[in-house]
Write a protein that binds this ligand. Structure first.
Ligand SMILES: [Zn+2]
Length: 309
């Protein structure tokens, strides 16, 4: 999982298993106190990060919620349901109106608090409904069908929906257009690479969505986990290279083994990953193989895989 220089720090994954594998150290927010708003950068549009109360192997320091605006406020990714965190959000609002709640996707560490918070505040919900897949929050009911390119205009700022399928099919990033700041959910993470879980997770879509974000020319990435990233082009290039290097290892592994099941192949392709991460690596391996199969570069028969000559 190492795609930077030096030793990768790989942590274990939690039971819910849907988010990511930590591959580099997460900086600057490990010390942040959950529930306490912290200003994010020196933006004209006020943005505050509120760290979730859900630190763990799957979530790093916790899920980042972002409070945007001054008079008309928006909250991005309220996270899992927590009475304490709900109180923290209300305290951060300080009596001001929460107009919108944006959810990047419906994994359990991003969206479940949206419905109770909307009930308390009357906020409008933006995002896409949960797909029929494992680990999804089906309670999330967006106010309407939202589409790629939709813009929500608020007092002093606007947020645009950018559809970024891959990690999951219903993933949106949200662009704060006035600042060139993209809220990336689990599409681009700081210090990590998200797990792609087929069939809803799709490697080809993931790579296309990375290129889409790269083409936006944004200035900052505010991830769902980890700190603010100030070199979007470089960060995304690293992610792309990491995936393509892994793909090359998949092809090499298939050639070496000639024909193999996932259990044998994963050991060869993820020879840099500790044993306890292998079950998760296997899922992302399948995502790579399905992409290669679609491209006519690998084929399967009775769950045995081989390279296409
Ligand atoms: Zn996720």
């Amino acid at each position: 999982m190492n795609y930077g220089s030096g030793a990768a720090r790989v942590q274990t994954l939690g039971p819910s298993g849907y988010d990511w594998i930590l591959t580099r150290s997460i900086d600057n927010i490990m010390q942040e106190q959950a529930g306490i708003p912290v200003p994010l950068g020196a933006f004209k549009v006020p943005v505050q990060r509120i760290l979730g109360r859900n630190p763990g192997p799957m979530t790093g320091p916790g899920t980042n919620s972002y409070l945007v605006g001054d008079k008309e406020l928006s909250l991005i990714d309220p996270g899992p349901i927590s009475l304490e965190q709900l109180e923290s959000f209300l305290a951060a609002l300080g009596g001001r109106q929460l107009q919108y709640i944006f959810c990047t996707h419906t994994h359990g560490d991003h969206s479940p608090a949206a419905m109770p918070l909307a009930e308390k505040t009357g906020a409008t919900l933006v995002g896409l409904k949960a797909p029929d897949a494992m680990g999804q929050d089906h309670s999330f009911e967006p106010s309407r069908q939202w589409h790629h390119g939709d813009v929500v205009e608020l007092d002093g700022y606007s947020l645009q929906c950018i559809h970024t399928p891959g990690h999951v099919s219903n993933h949106f990033c949200y662009l704060l257009r006035e600042e060139g700041l993209l809220f990336t959910g689990d599409h681009v993470l700081q210090g990590t690479t998200p797990v792609i879980l087929p069939p809803d997770g799709n490697m080809a879509d993931y790579l296309s969505s990375l290129r889409l974000v790269q083409s936006l020319g944004v200035k900052f990435l505010a991830p769902g986990h980890g700190g603010l990233m100030e070199n979007p082009h470089q960060e995304i290039e690293q992610l792309l290279q990491h995936r393509l290097q892994r793909e090359a290892k998949v092809i090499a592994g298939l050639r070496q083994l000639q024909e193999s099941g996932l259990d044998d192949l994963v050991v060869v392709v993820y020879d840099d990953v500790p044993q306890h991460l292998i079950p998760w690596a296997k899922k992302t391996l399948l995502a790579h193989l399905l992409k290669l199969e679609k491209e006519g570069r690998a084929q399967q028969s009775a769950e045995r895989w081989r390279a296409q000559p």
